[in-house]
Design a protein around this ligand. Structure first.
Ligand SMILES: *[C@@H]1O[C@H](CO)[C@@H](O)[C@H](O)[C@H]1NC(C)=O
Ligand SMILES: *[C@@H]1O[C@H](CO)[C@@H](O)[C@H](O)[C@H]1NC(C)=O
Ligand SMILES: *[C@@H]1O[C@H](CO)[C@@H](O)[C@H](O)[C@H]1NC(C)=O
Ligand SMILES: *[C@@H]1O[C@H](CO)[C@@H](O)[C@H](O)[C@H]1NC(C)=O
Ligand SMILES: *[C@@H]1O[C@H](CO)[C@@H](O)[C@H](O)[C@H]1NC(C)=O
Length: 368
């Protein structure tokens, strides 16, 4: 098996390279593929849409969840479409060895078709329960410039989506009770599918295919907020139809390789007396750590409110650098870790509790 060295450049605004933006539709008409295009899709994807009876009932909260799924999946379809083109065109940084190129491309084409189906399926549910309206895709810019940074980013957004589906399952059961049965069923089918993808992305980077026994759970607000970083501002035709919060962002100064202090860049004011840094990973209750302010400065750290606007200048006036201990080795935190600055006070048991107490976040760490 090939083992890949993961270079710097992922997820830190200072090191980003900016690509040509990606916009829809695809050549097959997606997000509105024809019947014939749908048939090609499920042939490439290796399986069809469900033909089971629809959920007996939906509520507003479930509708929001399915809108967010479509919104998230659009970004994934955009990403995999651009990645396949980069490899096919042998763009610099995307030249693969001959013996692995064909398998890699075929696997990515399968994943791309599967993501189109996830997006179409979610939007179809939205159409059904709103009598015909749907979520429209945006224009995207991705913080990657070679195959390895692309695969590491794919792992991270897939892990984020897995965390999101976990939260959507919780909400669905809470809201719909016994009527949630058929929705939980299909969500579990998609959850496992995303886990297969993440495992492959991990092994391409030389990591163990499976990260940890219980994966990190996220929330809808965390997912929605984080996705904004890859969207060209103002390019989403109807994002306002998704009634979720966009939290102020939080950035890691540098790549985190393991235990020890981590420096976070905050686009605003913080108060170490009344706030803390929460780390969410796996099945553990969040670790809540104190922090110190190390530097306060104006714009100029390379810290941008939205990575897509990086060249346009600083999104906020002020940057605060803070340092906190990352309890990586004491807790054993492989896979995705969500990091947020939270106000002190609320008891933090779940990622929902953390999201509710969040002032800035999430920043994401993936060590092993
Ligand atoms: C494709 O390649 C361009 C040029 O290097 C890069 O800017 C863009 O981010 C890449 N996209 C993906 C998904 O790898
Ligand atoms: C696949 O699903 C579509 C939509 O439900 C349906 O029209 C089509 O007949 C199915 N195809 C097969 C081969 O089952
Ligand atoms: C869709 O139409 C049905 C039947 O007319 C109606 O009961 C339902 O409230 C409508 N739903 C929305 C979201 O407009
Ligand atoms: C914060 O500052 C205190 C007092 O100087 C120090 O004991 C502590 O180790 C610092 N914490 C971090 C994470 O640097
Ligand atoms: C989070 O906040 C929302 C809105 O205030 C509230 O409805 C929900 O119960 C809170 N969730 C938790 C886990 O505290």
């Amino acid at each position: 098996m090939r083992s890949f060295f993961l270079g710097p450049g992922l997820l830190y605004p200072a090191c980003l390279v900016h690509a040509g933006p990606f916009s829809f539709p695809l050549p097959n008409g997606f997000p509105f593929p024809s019947e014939a295009a749908l048939e090609d899709l499920y042939t490439t994807a290796g399986g069809n849409f469900t033909n089971m009876p629809l959920a007996p009932r939906f509520d507003e909260d479930s509708l929001t969840s399915w809108k967010l799924q479509a919104f998230n999946e659009f970004m994934e379809v955009a990403f995999f479409t651009q990645l396949i083109a980069n490899i096919t065109d042998h763009v610099s940084g995307y030249e693969l060895e001959e013996e692995s190129e064909d398998y890699t491309l075929q696997s990515l084409k399968t994943i791309q078709a599967q993501e189109e189906m996830h997006a179409y399926n979610a939007n179809d549910a939205v159409r059904y329960f709103t009598n015909g309206s749907h979520i429209l895709p945006c224009t995207y810019v991705f913080p990657v410039s070679d195959f390895l940074s692309a695969i590491a980013f794919a792992q991270t957004f897939t892990d984020m989506y897995i965390g999101l589906l976990t939260n959507i399952q919780q909400r669905t059961v809470r809201n719909l009770g016994a009527d949630s049965n058929s929705i939980i069923y299909v969500l579990a089918q998609a959850l496992g599918q995303e886990g297969q993808q993440s495992g492959w992305f991990r092994s391409l980077q030389g990591k163990h295919a499976s990260a940890e026994p219980f994966l990190t759970s996220s929330t809808r607000d965390f997912a929605f907020s984080w996705l904004q970083r890859f969207i060209v501002p103002g390019s989403c035709p109807n994002v306002e139809e998704i009634p979720l919060k966009v939290l102020p962002p939080l950035y890691l100064e540098c790549r985190v390789d393991g235990a020890g202090p981590v420096t976070l860049l905050v686009p605003g004011d913080v108060d170490p007396k009344t706030q803390s840094v929460a780390f969410v990973n796996g099945a553990l209750v969040p670790s809540v750590m104190p922090f110190n302010i190390t530097k306060t400065s104006g714009c100029g750290n390379g810290l941008m409110a939205n990575e897509a606007t990086a060249q346009a200048g600083c999104g906020r006036d002020m940057v605060t650098n803070i340092v906190a201990d990352f309890p990586y080795s004491s807790n054993v935190m492989h896979g995705l870790t969500l990091v947020a600055i939270v106000r002190n006070g609320p008891t933090l048991i779940t990622s929902e509790d953390v999201a509710n107490a969040t002032l800035y976040g999430p920043a994401l760490i993936e060590v092993a």
